[in-house]
Design a protein around this ligand. Structure first.
Ligand code: ADP
Length: 400
């Protein structure tokens, strides 16, 4: 069965088609500038050069129409008709407390995703637009929603309840939800396979370190804590997000800087993180280049980032009473040799020791811990699309 995976943002859309008989990627693409001037689709059939088409797309329905045309194109397409697509798997950011797993989309599910827009106003509406567009253009194809929050629904209340008046939880659903769940789930499963141990017998700490970054504690296959919270702003220092700060700072900065409503949120989400500290960039490659040139604030940004990851690793080892393996994934986790070194430096007492030679690797599944380290350190490139396709395939198989 071939599965179309869709990940819709407000003005962009990523897609892939995977053949689930052998989990091979057939094509992938990115539509950008949906609803604005210069709309463009970049489509790549695996093994061929990229095909680029600039054409007006006023909304997500136009964008999906272009995707469907590209995947059926005689030259760079991968199917001859839409009937070859067995199902569509949609990435949906927020499923609230309703979904602890992926789900077949029906009217009831759509209602819940719409309700959850209140919790993720920037993310759920474009996800809904993508689902609606697919429904309109491929009405007979079943669709599955795969939620970023679902994997974290196994957290116990002591991990997800904030120490605020309890009625905020019951009235407004204010609690820790966690994000990047599809990635944490994917790398946890791969880690178990790589270590040849059942996931149920492992205590894992998964570090998804990309532009957005989060850490999860996964005990016996279940997430018991994660660093992102009610929104993806909490937890680690990120590219442009502050992560954990003293909450009193919001009011303090607002008064000092005489900020307009909404501005504080923008500063914490877009102007903070390693960009805010370094003043250089949100991209670790630029920051490391600046460090080479002697930029001290750039060096400090990297230290603060590593400090926070170490902080969570320590906390999660305490929460799980130990840890068998730490996994590094996403842009920084997969590629940044220096950052992995900084994070794991001098943690021998916790059983964490990486081998500097094994660590000199980028973007490849491998074990980077020293042979005698009690805690294995693993580098696992994430593959959220494959995880979405797998979940979709499992659900659709049961329907047949
Ligand atoms: P997201 O999906 O959250 O946008 P990614 O997981 O793709 O982010 O990570 C992107 C980030 O990964 C970049 O901003 C950059 O900081 C980092 N990155 C990518 N390649 C490298 C590299 N070779 N060395 C250091 N950092 C890298």
């Amino acid at each position: 069965m071939k599965i179309l995976v869709i990940n819709c943002g407000s003005s962009s859309l990523k897609y892939q088609i995977l053949d689930m008989t052998n989990e091979t990627l057939l094509c992938k693409g990115l539509v950008e500038k949906i609803g604005i001037d210069g709309s463009v689709i970049n489509h790549t059939k695996i093994g061929q050069d990229k095909f680029v088409l600039e054409t007006p797309m006023k909304d997500h329905k136009d964008a999906i129409a272009q995707v469907l045309a590209a995947i059926q194109d005689p030259d760079h397409g991968v199917v001859t008709s839409m009937s070859e697509i067995g199902a569509v798997g949609h990435r949906v950011v927020h499923g609230g407390e309703h979904y602890a797993d992926s789900v077949l989309i029906d009217d009831e599910v759509m209602k819940v995703i719409e309700e959850c827009s209140d919790l993720a106003p920037l993310h759920n509406p474009p996800n809904i637009a993508g689902i609606e567009a697919c429904k309109a253009l491929m009405p007979d194809t079943p669709m599955v929603a795969v939620f970023d929050t679902a994997f974290h629904q196994t957290m116990p209340p002591e991990s997800y309840i904030y120490a605020l008046p309890y009625e905020y939880y019951t009235k407004y659903g204010i609690r820790r939800y966690g994000f990047h769940g599809t990635s944490h789930k994917y790398v946890a499963r791969r880690a178990a396979e790589m270590l040849n141990v059942s996931l149920e017998d492992l205590k894992l700490i998964t570090c998804h370190l990309g532009n957005g970054a989060s850490v999860s504690a996964i005990k016996h296959g279940k997430c018991i804590d994660t660093s992102m919270g009610f929104t993806p702003l909490e937890g680690l220092v990120m590219g442009t997000r502050s992560g954990d700060i003293d909450p009193a700072l919001v009011t303090y900065i607002r008064e000092k800087e005489n900020l307009a409503p909404g501005k504080a949120n923008e500063i914490l989400n877009k102007k903070s993180g390693v960009l805010g500290i370094s003043g250089v960039s949100s991209d670790f490659r630029d920051i490391e280049a600046a460090v080479e040139e002697g930029n001290e604030r750039a060096a400090l940004a990297l230290k603060v980032f590593a400090h926070k990851v170490r902080f969570y690793i320590g906390a999660y080892i305490a929460e799980m009473n130990g840890c068998d393996a730490i996994v590094f994934t996403a842009g920084v986790g997969e590629n940044d040799i220096t950052m992995r070194e900084l994070i794991c430096h001098d943690l021998g007492n916790l059983g964490i020791k990486i081998d500097p030679l094994k660590n000199k690797i980028r973007g490849k599944e491998t074990i980077i811990s020293a042979d005698d380290a009690k805690v294995k350190a693993l580098l696992i490139p994430t593959n959220e699309e494959l995880m979405i396709a797998r979940d979709t395939f499992q659900i659709i198989k049961k329907l047949k």
